[in-house]
Write a protein that binds this ligand. Structure first.
Ligand SMILES: Nc1ncnc2c1ncn2[C@@H]1O[C@H](COP(=O)(O)OP(=O)(O)OP(=O)(O)O)[C@@H](O)[C@H]1O
Ligand SMILES: [Zn+2]
Length: 292
């Protein structure tokens, strides 16, 4: 089987050809411009490839519900030109193959479930902390969808007493994303997140907010593993601090071997697919088409 995958990101598109084992044979990437220009690149890449199915892991918000009249659309994104763009529609019209469409984070979750850190698990969470914060989850062996899809980056958090930053989410100010995404770190400390020293107090506060959110997800979704990706998580010193605050916040309310001090480093982890999580995720969506 020859499978195609598109990791449709707000900054760049990654396209690839792979197979059902998650192997990637060829890939390309280009910046996200207008839909017209970007889709021209997509078509130029796939037109002569003869693929059997395609996975599209897309920035959101999107409509992933096949029963809905706007299925396959990118919906209310602030990304110029992409509002209400029927990305699945144009791909189906051109290729006439099964296309599986989901959020970028649900894709990454599926990739980690098939080939990575959550292999074999039926309940897990994938979170990215980058320009935005987003989460994808698998519960009872199925990716979570519902009214639309989860928007885990926008849960409301308690602001720590010593944090005077007012939060920069245009909708909620001090939600998770408004307090802890890359741009929030940069606005709070007036410095690029990449350039902050690993001992800077920014990271302790960052770990505090991430852990607070993770406790909420553990209490609501009961994941067996939590995977943290995205640019900000390149700061590996965050992990032990997150483990510590997670346990402090949870305060032994959930008592399971997996989240004890000795084992928690295997409960809250970095993606096993690393920076490939996105594109292998999109490929995994294509693979899931074969399982239907
Ligand atoms: N090494 C790093 N350390 C800390 N922060 C980083 C690092 N690399 C990137 N970032 C921050 O992560 C953000 C970019 O996120 P990412 O690299 O995941 O790209 P993205 O695809 O634009 O994000 P998103 O997944 O939200 O669309 C920027 O705000 C940047 O400051
Ligand atoms: Zn918000």
């Amino acid at each position: 089987m020859k499978l195609g995958a598109i990791e449709a990101g707000g900054t760049k598109f990654v396209v690839c050809i792979g197979n059902e084992k998650g192997e990637i044979f060829d890939r390309a990437s280009f910046p996200t411009e207008t839909p017209e220009k970007t889709m021209k690149h997509v078509f130029a890449y796939f037109d002569d490839k003869q693929i059997d199915a395609m996975g599209v892991a897309c920035f959101g918000p999107i409509d992933p519900n096949p029963e809905s009249s706007t299925y396959g659309y990118i919906t209310t994104t602030p990304k110029e030109g992409w509002q209400h763009f029927n990305i699945v529609g144009v791909l189906e019209e051109r290729y006439h193959i099964p296309i599986i469409f989901d959020t970028d984070v649900n894709g990454a979750m599926l990739g980690e479930t098939y080939f990575g850190a959550a292999k074999g698990l039926s309940n897990a969470l994938y979170l990215t902390i980058g320009t935005g914060v987003g989460g994808g989850a698998i519960v009872g062996g199925k990716l979570v969808h519902g009214l639309v899809h989860p928007e885990m980056g926008h849960i409301l958090l308690r602001v720590r007493e010593d944090d005077t930053f007012s939060g920069n989410c245009p909708y909620h100010a001090t939600c998770f994303e408004g307090l802890a995404a890359g741009p929030a770190i940069e606005a709070r400390w007036n410095k690029s997140a990449k350039e902050l020293d690993e001992n800077h107090p920014a990271w302790d506060l960052e770990a505090y907010y991430i852990a607070q959110a993770l406790v909420t997800y553990t209490l609501t979704l009961s994941p067996e593993k939590i995977i943290l990706g995205g640019g900000v998580m390149h700061q590996k010193q965050l992990f032990p601090m997150i483990h510590h605050y997670f346990q402090t916040y949870l305060n032994n309310y959930v008592q399971k071997e997996e989240i004890t001090t000795n084992r928690i480093k295997d409960y809250i982890v970095y993606p096993m697919l690393g920076d490939n999580a996105g594109v292998v995720g999109a490929l995994s969506l294509a693979i899931s088409a074969l399982k239907k």
